[in-house]
Write a protein that binds this ligand. Structure first.
Ligand code: ADP
Length: 512
């Protein structure tokens, strides 16, 4: 280290005799020493509070507190507990005083009058030691800092890598992908988004992406989006998106998932748009076909059934022919029922389920449906247990409620293994409850959640006629009334279907 680079160090000199203090100051007047010359222990303590010293020179004989006492105070403080102290003793100092000095924490002592060269040499050693300590501390700090910086660098590299993978993934999938900040402003869109909408990344940024949504869907989609932004819940909404190159409006399913930090606060959103136009068109075509086919089938079937019925009434056939006629009528009724289900399904999925509400008595409806069921050839022997409250009335669509009871009872007959069927209708405050229980084949747990969907049939239905639409229609009707339906069942033990219907229309029925 060159002279110019030598760091200045602080040295404290405490002596109550002005001429000694002056002499010490002169001896130590070297450019890289910063001297604090004080004449009392009180002053010395003040300086020690303000800064650190490389070495302290302490006169042992002072009036207020002597040097030994001051040394003890210095040693007691954490910050100065290891600062070297050199005692300055009078020429008359005896070995007892010197030991006392060491006991008080001195590292060395010098006798007055002090030899200037010896003083300089001793102070010089402590000053150098102090500089070394300082350097080591600095190096340790620098090492820590370097370690921290390296860790930060590694983390930043990992983050960039993760983001690149994320971006690659977003580019690789066929969906339109966007990311938005916590306030809903678009930050990124993948190439597929830009190709489809014809909007560049810059044009899409912020609120720019909104122009791609069909004007008729905008209000609804934005409202749903704002609700998700406010609640932090996943968004799922259907809307039409304009295709840039030909202006075609294609249906898309839009999903947006919130991304959260460790505290659970939303930090941004990941949005995808999947084209659902082809699927929608296929469903539309299927429903149209079902609607036309069932209408066309119904006309000749009604005529056939009428003919059979009149034949059964007008002629007087023998018993065998009568049985055959009954069988034929039964088959036409089954066909009629299947066609009705198909027709209903197409109407309901097209959103044409309109209720004609009137005052309806549920217990009466149950009695009528069961009456008809008993008259059905083939079900005559089936036992019904009834638990009907009287006057379970509500404002419902009579024909639709009949259909609900009829579907559940028909299923109980079909899957009830010939065992008694229990039907209950109860009034429970604002709602009515209908229960249809059988002790038949039951439903596998895996089937429970899907049997209410279109064309879904349980494993146990094998070998029994049906197309898997009855429960779907039933649930749509119940939902349209603002009610709900569920089922409890165990394979081999039977099933219990429960319908809850609000007696009056609820002012705001949430869309399901
Ligand atoms: P379908 O009876 O024409 O198959 P549904 O929609 O009425 O159609 O019923 C769907 C499925 O639910 C049936 O295929 C059957 O597996 C199951 N299921 C319905 N009701 C019962 C019941 N009471 N007991 C056992 N399984 C039933």
């Amino acid at each position: 280290m060159t002279e110019r680079e030598v760091e200045p160090v602080d040295i404290l000199v405490v002596d109550d005799r002005p001429e000694d203090l002056l002499a010490l100051g002169e001896t130590l007047n070297v450019p890289h020493y910063r001297l604090a010359l004080v004449d009392s222990p009180r002053e010395a303590l003040k300086h020690l509070l303000e800064r650190d010293f490389a070495v302290i020179l302490l006169d042992v004989r002072m009036p207020e507190i002597d040097g030994f006492e001051l040394a003890r105070l210095i040693r007691e403080r954490d910050r100065t507990s290891v600062t070297p102290i050199i005692f300055l003793t009078g020429a008359d100092a005896n070995p007892g005083q010197i030991y006392k000095g060491y006991a008080a924490g001195a590292v060395d002592y010098l006798q007055k009058p002090v030899d200037r060269d010896v003083l300089r040499a001793k102070v010089g050693i402590f000053a150098e030691l102090y500089r070394k300590d300082l350097r080591i501390a600095q190096q340790a700090r620098a090492l820590l800092e370097a370690g921290r910086r390296e860790r930060e660098l590694k983390l930043a590299e990992l983050r960039v890598l993760a983001e690149r993978r994320y971006a690659n993934l977003a580019e690789a999938i066929p969906e339109l992908v966007v990311t938005l900040d916590a306030a809903g402003s678009l930050e990124y869109c993948n190439r597929r988004w830009q190709e489809y909408t014809g909007l560049s990344a810059d044009e899409s940024r912020g609120e720019g992406w909104v122009v791609a949504i069909h004007p008729d869907d905008k209000k609804r989609a934005i409202r749903a989006w704002e609700q998700s932004l406010a609640s932090g819940e996943v968004l799922e909404v259907e809307c039409r998106l304009k295709r840039g190159f030909d202006g075609a409006m294609r249906w898309h399913t839009c999903r947006a998932l919130p991304e959260r930090d460790e505290d659970g606060s939303v930090t941004g959103w990941l949005g995808t748009y999947s084209d659902s136009e082809d699927l929608k068109q296929a469903i539309r075509a299927r429903d149209e076909f079902l609607s036309i086919a069932s209408h066309e089938l119904r006309t000749p079937l009604t005529a056939l059934k009428l003919r059979l019925e009149s034949l059964a009434h007008t002629s007087a056939p023998d018993e065998r022919a009568q049985r055959k006629l009954d069988g034929a009528i039964r088959q036409t009724e089954r066909l009629e029922r299947l066609i009705d289900h198909l027709l209903d399904a197409s109407r309901i999925t097209a959103g044409h389920l309109v209720l004609e509400r009137d005052t309806v008595c549920l217990d009466e409806v149950v009695r009528e449906v069961l009456e008809r069921a008993r008259e059905q050839p083939g079900t005559g022997g089936q036992a019904f247990e009834l638990a009907l409250d009287s006057d379970v009335t509500g404002l419902w669509d009579r024909l639709r409620i009949e259909q609900v009871v009829d579907n559940l009872v028909s299923n109980a007959l079909k899957y009830g293994a010939g065992k008694p069927i229990r039907v209950s209708a109860r009034s429970r405050g604002e709602v009515a409850e209908l229960l249809v229980e059988d002790r038949g084949i039951g439903i596998e747990p895996v089937d429970l959640s899907r049997i209410f969907d279109q064309f879904e049939r349980g494993a146990s239905s094998r070998g029994r006629s049906g197309i898997g639409m009855g429960l779907y229609i039933t649930r749509q009707i119940v939902h349209a009334h603002g009610g709900d339906i569920d089922v409890v069942s165990r394979p081999g033990e039977g099933s219990e279907f429960r319908v809850v219907l609000p007696k009056r229309p609820r002012p705001v029925t949430p869309a399901r």
